[in-house]
Structure formats: structure tokens, C-alpha cells
Design a protein around this ligand. Structure first.
Ligand code: TYC
Length: 108
């Protein structure tokens, strides 16, 4: 008859039990910024904010005015891929309408 008892090494259970916390690293987030300029029509900016950032007309108008007065505002916070897509969509839309509107992103 076999026994499953390991040979006694004389050490006993004296080790330190190290419990490492399971690391669930969140991906970094990116702010999408809209910049003011002197030429892009206010209504165009409002439309951009409604179309690409899902804002109501009232929200979009308020954010547009903030950019107009302060020079810049955060219009959303997204994953790197989504932020890049939003910036591309806004820049492309502005260029197609021949407005100098600038949209950028930066790590939060
Ligand atoms: N300053 C522009 C104007 O007076 C309006 C404007 C607002 C432009 C926000 C860009 O991101 C912007 N027509």
C-alpha cells in the first residue's frame, strides 16, 4: 500500500505567505480638446459637438461659448482609439467645410 505523505524535510510550514494583489490596470484615458479660432462659425462648432460628441443643442452651445471665451475646452474623455477617431472625424469635417477648427487630444 502506497502513502501520499511527502518525506518530512524538517522545515515545517514556516514560509511567509505572499498574496500579491491581482493587478487590473485600467487603460489610460485621453481628453479631446477643441480650440478657438477667429473664423469658424459658431453654429458650425455647435453642429460638430452635437454630431460627434452626442451633446444636446443647449450643451453644445454652452461648450462652444466656453471655447470661444477661454480659448479651449475639454469636449470628452475617451480611450486612445476612440479619442483618435473623434479628433480625426472633427478635423476631416472641418477641412471638408474649409474651416480652420482645430481638435486635439492629450493624455489625462
Ligand atoms: N471664435 C469663433 C467665432 O467667433 C467661434 C468658435 C468657437 C470657433 C469655438 C472655434 O472651437 C471654436 N466665430
Amino acid at each position: 500500500m502506497m502513502t501520499d505523505t511527502p518525506p518530512d524535510d524538517g522545515e515545517g510550514d514556516v514560509g511567509v505567505a505572499v498574496q500579491t494583489k491581482p493587478k487590473t490596470k485600467r487603460p489610460p484615458l485621453y481628453k479631446v480638446l477643441l480650440l478657438n479660432d477667429d473664423y469658424t462659425p459658431m453654429e458650425f462648432v455647435v453642429h460638430v459637438l452635437e454630431r460627434f460628441f452626442g451633446m444636446t443643442h443647449a450643451q453644445a452651445f454652452e461648450v462652444m461659448l466656453t471655447v470661444h471665451k477661454k480659448g479651449v475646452a475639454v469636449v470628452g474623455v475617451f480611450s486612445h482609439e476612440i479619442a483618435e477617431t473623434k479628433v480625426g472625424q472633427v478635423m476631416d469635417f472641418a477641412r471638408r467645410h474649409q474651416h480652420p477648427l482645430q481638435c486635439t487630444m492629450e493624455k489625462e
